[in-house]
Design a protein around this ligand. Sequence first.
Ligand SMILES: [Zn+2]
Length: 183
Amino acid sequence: MSLLEDWRNKAYDQNEDPNKIQKLWDEYFVKETKIYEQLLTNPDEEVKGTVKELAEKYGYDLEVMVAFLDGINESLVEENPIETMEEDTVVSLKFDKEKLYKNMVEADADWLYNLPQWNDIFDETKRKELYREQKNSHTFRNEKKIGRNDPCPCGSGKKYKNCCLKKDQEEARRAAKEREAAL
Ligand SMILES: [Zn+2]
């Protein structure tokens, strides 16, 4: 099994006690936030190394680094081979600032898109603009991409249909109406 599969099997395990899964994610979010604080302090410096080296750099175990690489992948200038990576695979954390900000908004991770480090990267007007763009970009993308019986991307450990699917559909409908009204 790949490192990423190991992490996903654990973090989205539907047979596990939901409280235990929630605790796993809560602990992970604290560590993730600390890594982002460091990354955003030097947003133009490319952090690069093997998965193991980066884990050591930030002082976390391999699993945390794998989860982080999974989470940030779509916000990178060039995606890493997360599905197949091993501890000696060289990865880069060079991120696209706008994409990263928007993906944090998309994930509803206000503790991440409100990190004070963002203030030195984008001024308030720009941050508001990116926020609005992301919120308005809502289409049915999520519903199409995530199967009804897949683990919910929010990390609750529940199936998507039993968790955020309804909320996402409502949001998509509302966004579509807003777009119509703006025409
Ligand atoms: Zn959910």
